[in-house]
Design a protein around this ligand. Sequence first.
Ligand code: IDP
Ligand code: MG
Length: 149
Amino acid sequence: MERTFIMIKPDGVQRNLVGEVIRRLENKGFTLVGLKMLQPSRELAEKHYDVHKERPFFQSLVDFITSGPVVAMVWEGSGVIASARKIIGATNPLNAEPGTIRGDYGVNVGRNLIHGSDAPETAQGEIALWFAQTELVSWTPTIQPWLYE
Ligand code: IDP
Ligand code: MG
């Protein structure tokens, strides 16, 4: 089983999309194993987006992510990292397919609603950055035999 870090950004919270995002990931068959709401510190946001620190949008991205509450989550399931990225859609919502979260609800790359880890190594690093081990819950949904052969 794989785990990934998913964050509903401040615009997703303000747009009342928390339930919608959770619904889509639950309905797909993934398992929520960590969940909290927080307003990220600058330090946390800068660490999270460290890979983009030389990009021209870095400061405005950090300003935005720290501007209000976010919902940070860890989701578990077979292939969840790549699958959640598909459910989220392309970085620029105007290029994201209808049916994806960004494709259905967004219009601007700087307001693209949601973050998802892009690879196993980044997922591991982001989960460790945002969550303490004790905040993650290992559990087995009773429907598991109906999701996996
Ligand atoms: P991702 O979120 O789809 O993985 P990345 O390329 O990793 O996309 O970029 C991280 C975040 O930085 C994006 O989700 C978006 O919020 C922001 N971003 C990326 N490119 C631009 C841009 O050209 N202008 C403004 N913000 C951008
Ligand atoms: Mg990324």
